[in-house]
Design a protein. Structure first.
Length: 350
């Protein structure tokens, strides 16, 4: 099931000027089959038709057949093509690209720390080498709020100028340190002025295509609600997170690609914080569960200290006029309804 026309129309309207700036563009995208990649591609194809942009898109995919099975409509377009290969070794497609988006690294951890680090860093450098060779002018790197490491309690919302970083002593820092190194590579490659490389530091998201069975609390709770199961909180429920709806995410990414300042990083996420326990309560309300069972596995931390992962988004708001327009409860309602309809559709066809 594809993204709803309501969401796609919203993105097209909010990003109208950014899309018009892409008229006749030729875009290379890595990671097109992932959560974010799907939102970028579907919104681009919608805008392509709505505004007669004649944008051409080439996507790198590790498994073309699996990509085609999940996104058959893309392959019906004459403006769409696919390159097969690993992000570190793929054969460079023909030049002529005007824009490039590197969204290939998935946050779902399945590799060893060394493999994770190598995929991120070597993959980013190979991508940037290609962009330099192809003379791509506008480049967007998708990074993560993980580059900040553990955010101190005194920081309510972390801003782009915070200089903290993941601990080099922890093996699970591979993702955050790798993303930090990839941002540095973007700065190096854009320093000559040959390309404009911008960075989107992405925080937690919700929306259609979000993985429900991985390490994401929002996805896990949505799956619990869909199955009528108890909500399981593995910690004490106090960590604070914020959740941006994917339609707003797409608007922000198209805006940063078009209007972001070369060499700059922008936090991409919501600044409205909720605890993990509160998130479970909101999702139970969205799913109309009258008496939700919320099981908390760890005892409450009475020290008053709790983990926070919430961005300061004033930079993107002030410089690029990007805002959160879809509030959390509405975002969760849209996501829950999409998955509910998707499950019902599969039942009808099974």
């Amino acid at each position: 099931m594809n993204i709803s026309d309501v969401d796609l129309k919203y993105i097209a309207q909010q990003s109208r000027l950014d899309f018009l700036a892409l008229k006749n563009a030729n875009i290379f995208i890595t990671g097109g089959s992932g959560f974010i990649g799907r939102w970028l591609l579907e919104s681009l194809f919608y805008a392509n038709a709505a505004y007669e942009l004649d944008v051409k898109v080439t996507v790198l995919s590790r498994d073309i057949n699996a990509f085609k099975d999940s996104c058959p409509s893309f392959f019906e377009s004459n403006n769409f093509s696919v390159v097969s290969g690993d992000i570190r070794t793929y054969k460079w497609p023909n030049s002529g690209f005007t824009h490039a988006i590197h969204a290939a690294t998935d946050v779902i951890a399945t590799n060893t720390p060394l493999e994770t680090f190598d995929v991120i860093v070597s993959g980013t450098r190979y991508f940037l080498d290609f962009c330099k060779y192809a003379k791509v002018k506008k480049v967007l790197l998708l990074s993560s709020g993980a580059v900040y490491g553990i955010i101190p309690q005194v920081i309510d919302r972390v801003s782009e100028d915070y200089s903290g970083s993941p601990s080099s002593a922890k093996l699970n820092s591979a993702y955050g340190i790798g993303k930090l190194a990839s941002e540095w590579l973007g700065s190096v490659y854009s320093s000559s002025g040959e390309m404009e490389c911008k960075v989107a530091r992405i925080f937690a998201q919700v929306g259609p295509y979000l993985a429900l069975d991985k390490q994401f609390a929002a996805g896990n709770f949505l799956l619990n609600a869909l199955k009528g199961e108890a909500f399981l909180i593995k910690g004490d429920g106090t960590p604070k997170r914020s959740y941006m709806y994917a339609a707003d995410l797409a608007v922000w990414l198209w805006g940063i690609l078009d209007r972001g300042v070369s060499g700059q990083s922008y936090n991409v996420g919501s600044d409205y914080a909720v605890s993990i326990f509160e998130l479970a309560e909101i999702i139970s309300s969205v799913a109309n569960i009258q008496h939700p069972q919320i099981r908390v596995l760890e005892k409450l931390n009475l020290s008053g200290e709790y983990e926070r992962y919430v961005p300061d988004i004033s930079k993107a708001s002030k410089e690029l006029h990007l805002n959160i327009n879809i509030p959390l409860k509405n975002a969760l309602e849209r996501t829950f309804l999409w998955y509910q309809q998707s499950m019902e559709s599969r039942k009808l066809w099974s």
